[in-house]
Design a protein around this ligand. Sequence first.
Ligand code: SME
Length: 286
Amino acid sequence: MKNLLIVHGPNLNLLGEREPEVYGNESLKELNESIDNFAEKMNLRVKCFQSNHEGALIDFIHEQRNWAHGIVINPGALTHYSYALRDSIAAVNLPSIEVHLSDVNQREEFRKRSVIKDVCEKQITGLGKEGYLRAVEYLVGLGVLDKLQESNRSSANLDEALRAVVKLLEESFPKYTWVGIYLVEGDELVLHNYIGKPSPHTRIPIGQGICGAAVQEKQSIIIDDVNSDPRYLACSVETRSEIVVPILSGSKTFGEIDIDSDLEAIFHEGDQEILEKCASILAKLF
Ligand code: SME
């Protein structure tokens, strides 16, 4: 997932001027600059395009279909009725995310219907600029899942797969400063492999720390500020937030993916969704 299209539909050229209480004060140029900067940090290439014309949007998607690996699209009001735009996304068969700056589901009735949604992996609404950045991250996450499936097909070796996923995640997401896998051994979690600073916590009793809690509760945990959670076992003084995702199948828990970031409140539901999909791919190898 290296080359992404950022496609903006009708009226988005007036961002910053048009109903700023709904769409914000930032211009389209500023929005695209933020997306460009974010993409650069993630080692991606993006092409941003805006048009008020349905056919021009479709032409752009067609023209770029062999360059692009994924699409982030804010179709504007075309969302609600453009079967032609929908068909163009389906035709090029690239993973696509539908984004809206405002929460279209909380506005007029006609905005609740999207004819685009079904040909996209996901719809992200109401997060302003952040929605585009999350869409970019989600597409990168889908790329990680593809690579993981691929590497598992060529070698179903568990040890290799556990190392591969840590490497893939660390390489793909610069905000992940420590990535590791713990495996359940009896009533403990044992660190299998990691990338980042060495952790003093190579064995964690189930039930202790954020790691032990996630396995005990059999669910993912996101901690926005590790310093305000009494359960937190510190790995590095720089760590600000953490996400832990159990690797489980039915009632059996095999281990977990543990990720730290030096940035506060950086993990969101997109990270959780992608990591849970990684964990379920891994669970099949146990
Ligand atoms: N922070 C974890 C311990 C593992 S280190 O971060 C690698 C916890 O609270 O369980």
